[in-house]
Design a protein around this ligand. Structure first.
Ligand code: NAI
Ligand code: BGC
Length: 268
């Protein structure tokens, strides 16, 4: 039996029908968690992830919901609490890009990205925290009464021309994570973030799918490989488990060194 630090804990992973969210959902399940698989449009993607989790002997079900809509979030949480009784781990992963040069960016593009990447985290975190506080005790044999992991990005600290909405949303995620953690750590709630570098998923397909694009991307990654969803899933398991019990309000960059100013390796 593999190491299962999350045995029996109940997790919700937003946007987990593809990419990083799917990888996180699977790794949490391998670590023993039962997982609600939220999706916005791809039921088939969500069902695939659910079936893989069921095959591991854990519980899982898919739930549709747009994280930027309060009624959707309330419905997701109400259903989870009524089916499974509580929530122990929330992974705020849902996110998207709508890129445009700043002079051309529409208010709709700005609002959409902020609404899903940042406001969606507010809505989901608030429901999770209310439940942690209502329950008031940690799952048997564990320490924190609840854990939240926010999927940030290297772009919470690396500015990104042509992506003002996205980079601003991730900068917001950094301060959201730190502030919430400062406020809620006294109640034994742990809130941290992961800052992925370039992970091969649908969100950034053009950046890695051709040899030319890949060569250019690898110049930004000292470790010289593109990340995979499993790299993030393993970090999420650690942040959700007691192994990181003394870690509060941090962003763990999982980026092959992308935040190390690689362009300075031969310059400056
Ligand atoms: P992805 O496009 O495969 O995953 C994003 C997921 O969010 C999709 O399943 C999508 O359906 C879902 N989603 C979008 N809008 C939603 C909404 N309103 N409600 C619920 N779900 C919604 O791309 P990826 O890469 O897996 O992205 C996951 C997270 O990781 C995002 O927050 C992204 O910003 C972040 N990230 C990704 C990096 C990468 O290189 N792939 C790097 C850094 C951060
Ligand atoms: C973006 C990806 C990008 C990566 C590294 C992520 O936040 O969503 O498109 O490849 O950062 O720049």
């Amino acid at each position: 039996m593999s190491y299962q630090p999350l045995l029996g804990q109940k997790a919700l992973v937003t946007g987990s029908s593809s990419g990083i969210g799917a990888g996180v959902a699977l790794e949490l399940a391998k670590a023993g968690a039962d997982v609600v698989v939220n999706y916005s449009s791809s039921l088939s993607g969500a069902e695939k992830v659910v079936n893989e989790i069921l095959a591991l002997g854990r519980k899982a079900y898919p739930v549709q919901g747009d994280v930027s809509q309060q009624e959707h979030v309330d419905r997701m949480f109400d259903e989870m609490l009524s089916k499974w009784g509580t929530i122990d781990i929330l992974v705020n992963n849902a996110g998207l890009q709508q890129d445009a040069p700043f002079v051309d960016m529409t208010l709709a593009q700005w609002n959409k990205v902020i609404g899903i990447n940042l406001t969606g985290m507010f809505l989901c975190a608030q429901r999770a925290v209310r439940e942690f506080i209502r329950r008031g005790t940690a799952p048997e044999g564990t320490r924190a009464i609840g854990k939240i992991i926010n999927m940030s990005s290297v772009h919470e600290i690396i500015p990104w021309a042509g992506h003002a909405n996205y980079a601003s949303s991730k900068g917001g995620v950094r301060m959201f994570t730190q502030t919430l953690s400062q406020e809620l750590a006294p109640q034994k709630i742990r809130i941290n973030a992961i800052g992925p570098g370039a992970i091969a998923t649908p969100i950034n397909r053009p950046a890695w799918e051709t040899p030319e694009a890949l060569e250019s991307l690898l110049k930004l990654i000292p470790y010289k490989r593109v990340g995979q969803a499993i790299d993030i899933g393993k970090a999420a398991v650690w942040l959700a488990s007691d192994d990181s019990d003394y870690v509060n309000g941090q962003t763990l960059f999982v980026d092959g060194g992308m935040t190390l100013f690689p362009e300075f390796a031969d310059g400056g």
